[in-house]
Ligand binder design. Structure first.
Ligand code: NAD
Ligand code: TYD
Length: 357
């Protein structure tokens, strides 16, 4: 049976990769994207689908209950894939309130709307609410700690991760209280095409192309587990088609790397693939800057539950995923140049004051 998916945040980085992935693999399904087009949302990411009769785009806010109620009914939604969020830790340190509004209130609004709709339809067991979340809810690991499992207690450290933790708890509670068929996924750091310039990998890549300093926070020893976004999409496909409601699945790339090593690798690949770089070798641009407040030291994901129960595993290594990603940024300058707006420059000045002082 074909699905009618409501994809919230489908114009953002992971959401748009997911929508494009879904059409390649399930062209018969209907997708309705609901996106508020904040600074992070970009309709260009979905341009290939504009004329697809199974696709529609609604510009709106997930906190708008009336809009969501009407959409679920009108489009006969069977599945919500919920990506919409404020997603950047540094912005959550500067301006936390938007994170509470979208991540907590927005998720609550969607859950409430979906609950009433699902109950009215006599609780079809195949309906799903997929809540896409982050490994950051588990807090920070020391170097010798085992990776996060689905049973690791929550210990969020930033306003971003605290707001995501709140939304995870709501999704969990709606299953336990109402038996609403929710599934939660907690994934590690994604990277790939359409990643907004503020995040580590695109920021380094773009700054290399522009000959600007590469700001590494603190001592560069923090560790992240990097998940290629296409691997994330294939995991979500498996979870939506085979996952059990009420469950949580961790999704990781099995690619733990120190920030400074990742930046060095980005420089090395960019020196190989990008023509006419303003500064070469580009690692001359590496600049250590003031650390992020409350900077989590290490994230690492144990995704053996997903591997054993649903048969998924990531395909990309950091090197193979990075090569594809960096090549995409080299080939698509018009995509990222259009995002370096005056607002973005203002944000950049606020976060990277120490580069210029
Ligand atoms: P993103 O910031 O690139 O995109 C977020 C999208 O949500 C944008 O299109 C934005 O316009 C939209 N949006 C924001 N507020 C909205 C609102 N109130 N109503 C409707 N739409 C709204 O984020 P992303 O990196 O694609 O992340 C997607 C999801 O995955 C988020 O829930 C995030 O917490 C989670 N996640 C991301 C990562 C990562 O590495 N990027 C890792 C783990 C989990
Ligand atoms: P980021 O991409 O913001 O993801 P997250 O904070 O969700 O993990 O950052 C990844 C890592 O890179 C994190 O340890 C912070 C660090 N970082 C820098 O060193 N410099 C930068 O300019 C940015 C954006 C991040």
């Amino acid at each position: 049976m074909s699905k009618h998916l409501l994809v919230t945040g489908g114009a953002g980085f992971i959401g748009s990769n997911f929508v494009n992935y879904w059409y390649e693999n399930h062209p018969q399904d209907k997708i309705i994207v609901l996106d508020a087009l904040t600074y992070a949302g970009n309709r260009q990411n979905l341009i290939n689908l504009e004329n697809n009769p199974n696709f529609s785009f609604i510009h709106g806010d997930i906190c708008d209950r009336q809009l969501v109620d009407n959409l679920l009914e009108k489009e006969k939604i069977t599945t919500i894939a919920h990506f919409a969020a404020e997603s950047h830790v540094d912005r959550s340190i500067l301006t936390p309130s938007a994170f509470i509004q979208t991540n907590v209130i927005g998720t609550f609004t969607l859950l409430e709307s979906f609950r009433h709709y699902w109950q009215k339809k006599n609780q079809p067991p195949e309906y799903r609410f997929l809540h896409v979340s982050t490994d950051e809810v588990y807090g920070s690991l020391d170097i010798n700690d085992p990776p996060f499992t689905e049973n690791t207690p929550y210990a969020p450290n930033s306003p971003y991760s605290a707001s995501k933790a709140g939304s995870d708890h709501l999704a969990r509670a709606y299953y336990h209280t109402y038996k609403l068929p929710t599934i939660i996924t907690n994934c590690s750091n994604n990277y790939g095409a359409y990643h907004f310039p503020e995040k580590l990998i695109p920021l380094m890549c773009i700054n290399i192309l522009l000959g600007k300093p590469l700001p590494v926070y603190g001592d560069g020893q923090n560790i992240r587990d990097w998940l290629y976004v296409q691997d994330h999409c294939s995991a979500l496909d498996v979870v939506l088609n085979k996952g059990k409601s009420g469950e949580t699945y961790n999704i990781g790339g099995n690619n733990e790397v120190k920030n400074i090593d990742l930046v060095q690798l980005i420089c090395q690949i960019m020196d190989e693939i990008a023509p006419n770089l303003p500064i070469k070798p580009s690692n001359e641009l590496i600049t250590y800057v003031k650390d992020r407040a409350g900077h989590d030291h290490r994230y690492a994901i144990d995704s053996s539950k997903l591997q054993k129960e649903l048969g998924w595993k990531p395909k990309a290594t950091v090197e193979s995923g990075l090569r594809k990603t960096l090549q995409w940024y080299v080939d698509n300058p018009q995509w990222w140049q259009s995002l370096l707006s005056a607002d973005y420059q203002k944000y950049y000045q606020q976060v990277y004051t120490t580069i210029n002082s």
